[in-house]
Structure formats: C-alpha cells, structure tokens
Design a protein around this ligand. Structure first.
Ligand SMILES: Nc1ncnc2c1ncn2[C@@H]1O[C@H](COP(=O)(O)OP(=O)(O)O)[C@@H](O)[C@H]1O
Ligand SMILES: O=C(CO)[C@@H](O)[C@H](O)COP(=O)(O)O
Length: 462
C-alpha cells in the first residue's frame, strides 16, 4: 500500500490525514489546535503540524499542505518571521483596501487585473497596512508567503526557492488567475517596493522532498483543497461552514466580478474557483450556544424545536465584522424582537438561519456569474450540526448533500500528493461517499426566511 499525507492548516486547527493513495481510504489521522486571534506567529502552525503529523508524516511517500488563504507571512533576509502573520479574518487593513481600490482606478480595474476587488482579507491590503503602520518591520521584509507556502517551505528544509500554487496565489491580489502570472506592479503598489514571492508550481509538480524523503506537492489554499477532495461535478456548489463561511464551484473560465462579491480564484487543478466568503460561520453557532447557556447539541435541540422563520426574529450575524457584504466594522444585530418571538428556541433558530442566509446570498452571487447550482454540498465543522442540516435545504432552495464526515481539505491535499507522486495527467479517482441528502420542502419557507433576512440587512446596512 502506498501512503500519502494531506494537511489542513486552517484557522482553528491543523489536521493531518494518512491516506491509501489507491482509493483514498483514510488509514490514520491527527489534529492539534492553533492559537486564537487574527494575528498568529506562523511558527505555532509549524508546531501544530509537528504534533498533528507525529507518527503520520514519516510513513507517507508524498505530502501536501492545504492552508487558510490570504494570511501575510513576512520573512527577513535570514528567513526569520518579521512579525506575527495577519490572518484572512483580520480587518485592520480595511482602509488600505479602500485606498488601493481607488489608486488603481476602482473596483473594475482590480477585477480585470487579478479577478478580485481588495477587501481586508486579501494579502496585498495587509502589506499596505504593514508598510504604513510598522515602518521598522516593513523595512526588514525580504519575502512574503502564504500560510501553506510557509509550511511547505519548512517541510522542504527552507530551500532557496520557495513554492506556492495557482490556487493560493490567486488570493493575494498580486497574481492573476486569468493570465497565470504575478503582477509585480500591484505588489509594489501595495508594499511600496518589490519583495520576493514564491514560484508558482504546476498543479501536480513534485516540488521537493521532506527530511524523511517524501515527495512534496505544491499544496494549495484550503478551499481549493476541499474542491479537490470532493471531486466536484458540474452543478455542484460547495458551502463550507468553518471559521469562515464559503460558497464556491469549479469553473473552466476565470471570473472577474467588479462588484467584488465573487472572488475569481484559481483551483488546484488548472481550472478556476469562483468563491464568496463570509467572516461569520461556525463561530456564530458557538456564540449563540454560549449566550443561551448551552452547548452545540443543545443549540441544535432548541433550533429544531422552533418553527421555520424563528417567529420573525432575524440575526444578522456580523459578529466579527463582515467581508460579504463588505462591512468590516459591522456588528451583529438581532431584529424584530417581540415578546412572543423572544424564546431560546427562536434565538437558536435565528442564529442558524442567519448564518445560512449569508451563504445563500453567496450562492446567488455565484449563479449571477454563470455558475450552475443544482445542489449544495455542505462541509466544514458546522455541517455536523443537525439543525444546520435540517435548515439548509429550506434556505438554499436546492437539494443539500452532506458528504460522509471527513476532513475534505486534508483529503484534497492528500489527493494532490498522490497525483504528484504518480506523475499522471490527472488526480487519482477516489470515490466520494455521501451521508445525507435532503430536498427543499417547496412550501415557500425558503423565500420567507430569505426575504426577512434581506429586509433586515437592507434596513440596517443599506
Ligand atoms: N456539531 C457541531 N455543530 C456546530 N458547529 C460545530 C459542530 N462541530 C464542530 N463545529 C464547529 O466547527 C468549527 C471548526 O470547523 P473547521 O471546518 O475545522 O474550521 P476551520 O477550518 O476554520 O478551522 C468550530 O468552530 C466548531 O465549533
Ligand atoms: O478567506 C477565506 C477564503 O477566501 C477563508 O475561507 C480562509 O481560507 C480560511 O478558511 P477556514 O479556516 O475558515 O476554513
């Protein structure tokens, strides 16, 4: 049996899968937590990878790392970390995003140049923030990497030429998925001077070897990793409910959405990955459970005991600010409180419905860019929630499929590792097992919930 390892270094934790490269069967797994917060010392991710991969990585013939997108890892001349990485959900660079958008001539110019319009998540805005606010640190920066690039570089023993891949490069704001090339002019616009960036490897390239001799594949961003792990078909839209909420699909052609709602990312196979991201997903449920003095299972029970529509209550779940819609300084709101509606059951239901309505708006935005939406595949930590599974078909209005429980980002990374090891033209065909499938009820409940959410959002945020 040939074993390959896939890593998901995501916001809250590092997960490692050891997988049979013939059929994708997971033979062993490990997990370790990441520090909380929106700026994190990248060396903590390396420690977490060592802990999660202990006894696994050394058994693999190939390895790849999937990682949270966009995080700014800045290194000095000696390859040492200059300051803690600013993560995708750190909103301090919102002003920089506005400035950069204006400086290039507006949103359409950015969408045309790199397939996305700057918001605080994207790396180029974090570089601008650093250049403006920490001049001493900025002066020491020799190169910038993404979280998965940094871990891949350390696995390879810090080679002179670090690598990244199309998928993660497409979330920087200085690499174009449409042309497949860096835009050094935009990197310089962001940071004020040129710095080194990793080489973009081909999707199935063997880029190096680990200390134990395993082949290292390019790795990718976590959403691209999930797309690879799920073997998507036309009409499939993935909704991932982790720390972030994301909605995405694989497409043959690049997307340039001048509204900035859909980011025109690349995928990990040479195609494209139009994606909408929200800052508030699984943690909305943990926060609601805490507020109600219960745990996630208790929140599920409460939400399932309420009627669809939560008695009119609507939660706009912008607890950590928001990226889609672009409201970095927003806070959450609970609206339409009446004495009759104000029950723990309705509040739990409103949390689930509010989180999902934000993602349903994202699915609509994908459709507006030409993505066919036949079914939604629900993944990420909060896809385990019984209430989420029950409410999702009503909110999305299309069949919702939940794949068998698994770490699909790490599985996609393992699939990429197997692909690089095989040298084949396409990734190995691994079967996808589904756990549940549910149809929308068709009684108009979806429209009522979505309309109430849209009305509250427009009333409060325009
Ligand atoms: N049964 C559940 N119901 C709701 N949320 C859950 C459940 N199990 C896990 N989660 C949440 O999933 C999140 C972790 O999901 P994950 O996809 O691993 O996140 P990330 O990739 O952002 O680190 C945590 O916030 C956790 O509370
Ligand atoms: O910013 C994005 C996508 O553009 C996020 O999806 C990050 O990639 C983090 O993902 P999770 O850790 O929440 O899975």
């Amino acid at each position: 049996m040939t074993l390959v390892a896939g890593v998901d270094s995501s916001t809250q934790s590092c997960k490692v899968l050891l997988v049979d490269s013939d059929d994708g069967t997971v033979v062993a797994s490990g997990r370790a937590g990441h520090p909380d917060g929106t700026e994190v010392d990248p060396r903590a991710w390396w420690d977490a990878l060592a802990e999660a991969g202990d006894g696994l990585l050394d058994r693999a013939d190939a390895v790849a790392v999937g990682g949270q997108q966009h995080g700014m890892v800045v290194l000095d001349d000696d390859g040492e970390v200059v300051r803690p990485a600013l993560l995708w959900n750190d909103t301090r660079s919102a002003g920089a995003a506005r400035d950069l958008t204006a400086e290039l001539g507006g949103p359409a110019a950015w969408a045309e140049a790199v397939g996305l319009v700057p918001v605080a998540s994207f790396t180029v805005t974090k570089l601008r923030w650093l250049a403006e606010h920490e001049k001493d640190n900025a002066a020491r920066v020799r190169q910038v990497m993404l979280p998965h690039d940094y871990l891949t570089w350390l696995l390879a023993g810090r080679p002179a030429e670090p690598v990244t891949d199309r998928g993660d490069a497409s979330g920087t704001g200085y690499w174009s998925a449409a042309t497949g090339e860096y835009r050094p002019d935009l990197l310089e616009l962001g940071f004020g001077r040129t710095i080194d960036v990793p080489r973009v490897a081909t999707p199935n390239e063997a880029t190096g070897t680990t200390a134990t001799g395993a082949v290292i594949a390019p790795g990718t961003g976590d959403n691209m990793g999930a797309a690879l792990g799920l073997t998507l078909e036309p009409g499939d839209v993935v909704v991932s409910l982790g720390t972030s909420g994301t909605a995405f699909a694989v497409s043959e052609s690049p997307v340039a959405d001048a509204t900035g709602t859909v980011a025109g990312f690349a995928d990990a196979t040479g195609r494209h990955l139009p994606l909408v991201a929200t800052l508030n997903a699984a943690r909305v449920l943990t926060a609601a459970a805490t507020l109600l003095g219960t745990d996630l299972a208790g929140l599920d029970r409460l939400a399932l005991a309420a009627e669809s529509g939560a008695g009119g209550l609507v939660l706009l779940p912008y607890l950590d600010g928001e990226r889609t819609p672009d409201l970095p300084d927003a806070t959450g709101s609970l609206v339409n409180l009446t004495r009759a509606a104000m029950t723990p059951q309705n509040l739990a239901r409103a949390a689930v419905e509010g989180m999902l309505c934000g993602l349903a708006d994202g699915v609509d935005a994908l459709a507006a860019q030409g993505v066919t939406v036949r079914r939604v595949l629900l993944i990420g930590g909060a896809a385990k929630s019984a209430a989420v599974r029950a409410v999702a078909p009503q909110v999305f209005g299309v069949p919702v499929v939940v794949p068998a429980p698994g770490e699909y980002v790490a599985l996609g990374a393992a699939r990429q590792a197997a692909w690089a090891l095989s040298g084949a033209a396409s990734p190995p065909a691994w079967p996808l097992e589904l756990e549940t499938s549910a149809e929308p009820s068709g009684d108009g409940g979806s429209l009522r919930v979505r309309d109430a959410y849209a009305e509250a959002r427009t009333r409060l945020h325009g």
